[in-house]
Design a protein around this ligand. Structure first.
Ligand code: DSN
Length: 451
């Protein structure tokens, strides 16, 4: 029998065909996706948890690996047909270990929240005590908030910040010795100063607790040495891959010097517990295409270009914090030592109004609660500003000053009507939009996306 061999399709063929098919057969969806591409180029994102993925990462996340079911880990799968999947996952693991200097890396978690869930579920029994940073003070939902598993399955105790907005390490120690938590979480989503991981470890050791660090917001600064690393200080470190690492939506679980130590009270190492924590305990088959995208992002994170981007994040945060202070805004914590600037808004301005008014003018920020907060998390009295996406636009000091100036001028012209409503002269709004768009043109994201 003669077999008529068709040329095999390549990844590039499929991606090109997919884009063309989407335009031709699903114009409704294609238009929404194109509108989002335009929005991301035409608005200034100051969202602390956002940045843009490189096209190579986007392509890897759209790869045919999405078709493969691959429960298990490289070399030990419950499914056949995994030879390329094994290579992809091994590459992502190797790059994660290298980038962070970790002995153990797990790359299957669908997000940092699910990574946190996996770690807690594997190391704690329901009802055990957990000590984490309170959400109101800059922690994360999964660090003990009662609206998540972490605050309902466990006896969650929250630590906070001083009135100046700094982590109150004395309070952390006092609470740790009083409540003897099985696990302490350090790391934050709205905290602009360095986290002293070594001090947390000393407190954890004194209290007989396991230490978990969640570096989702600062992973790029940690990877490039611009923030102390928790990898050897904490027993376990988690991070998402989609903030500073510019990767896909996903999570990593890492461990350093404790990886091959036994979990206190158990005859099993941290590395083995962490591996089983994700599959089969928490997840089934991993999103293999996302593991490929993680590998792509981690590869980029080892380049001089990424290193320079992380320096721009720091430089921009310093300039912007000073500019806000020069305009008499309080910067919570006194200054920024990472990518975040948390500002206290003026008395009658709420975070909800500021966020909405700025978005109307082409600037995207987050409302955020601040120390001593009296308003709800839907209203708030603060704004959280991040410099990650600006760094990808190759922002310089002059651009940072112009953005703070524009942002403050907009807020000065907004008249709040209660907690959520406001008025802003339409002519002024049009002018502000034009200024924001001009800054997007002056600092285009296209150069970052060029390769
Ligand atoms: N953790 C949330 C944030 O910091 O914005 C979402 O990633």
């Amino acid at each position: 029998m003669t077999v008529n061999h068709q040329p095999l399709l390549t990844q590039a063929d499929l991606l090109k065909r997919g884009l063309a098919d989407l335009q031709e057969h699903d114009a409704e969806l294609a238009q929404i996706l194109d509108a989002e591409v335009a929005r991301q180029q035409r608005t200034l994102s100051l969202v602390a948890s956002c940045c843009a993925v490189k096209p190579r990462t986007l392509a890897a996340s759209s790869s045919v690996l999405v078709n493969v079911t691959a429960e298990g880990v490289p070399g030990r799968r419950y499914h056949a047909g995994c030879e390329n999947v094994d290579l992809v996952e091994s590459l992502a693991i190797q790059r994660a270990r290298q980038l962070f200097g970790a002995q153990y890396a797990g790359v299957q978690s669908h997000s940092a929240s699910s990574a946190n869930y996996s770690v807690l579920a594997a190391l704690l029994e329901p009802g055990d005590t957990l000590l984490g940073m309170a959400l109101d003070n800059g922690g994360h939902l999964t660090h003990g908030s009662p609206v998540t598993f972490s605050g309902t399955y466990y006896n969650a105790i929250g630590y906070g910040t001083t009135k100046e907005g700094l982590i109150d390490y004395d309070e952390v120690r006092r609470l740790a010795l009083e409540h003897r938590p099985r696990l302490i979480i350090c790391g934050a989503t709205a905290y602009s100063r360095v986290v002293d991981f070594d001090r947390f470890r000393r407190i954890a050791d004194e209290a007989g607790a396991i230490l978990m660090a969640d570096i989702s917001h600062i992973a790029g600064l940690v990877a490039t040495g611009r923030h102390p690393s928790p990898i050897d200080a904490a027993h376990v470190t988690t991070t998402c891959t989609h903030k500073q690492l510019a990767g896909p939506r996903g999570g990593l679980i890492l461990s350093g010097r404790d990886a091959n130590e036994k979990v206190p009270g158990r005859d099993v190492t941290f590395a083995r517990v962490l591996e089983l924590a994700v599959f089969p305990r928490m997840q089934g088959a991993p999103a293999v295409n996302m593991m490929a995208a993680k590998a792509a992002a981690l590869g980029y994170a080892m380049t001089p270009e990424f290193d320079a981007e992380m320096q721009r994040i720091r430089d921009a945060a310093d300039v912007m914090a000073s500019e806000f202070q020069a305009r008499d805004y309080e910067v919570v914590g006194g200054r920024s030592e990472n990518h975040t600037i948390l500002i206290r808004l003026r008395a009658n301005m709420t975070g909800a109004i500021a966020e909405a008014a700025l978005e109307h003018c082409g600037i995207v920020v987050n409302k955020n609660r601040i120390p001593g907060e009296t308003r709800s998390s839907f209203v708030t009295s603060g704004l959280r500003i991040g410099t990650g996406a600006l760094a990808q636009r190759h922002i310089d000091a002059q651009g940072c000053r112009q953005i703070v100036d524009l942002l403050c001028r907009i807020l000065d012209q907004v008249t709040p009507q209660g907690d959520n409503e406001f008025t802003l002269d339409p002519a002024l709004r049009k002018q502000f939009c034009a200024e924001a768009e001009a800054l997007c043109v002056k600092y285009p994201i296209a150069d970052y996306l060029a390769n």
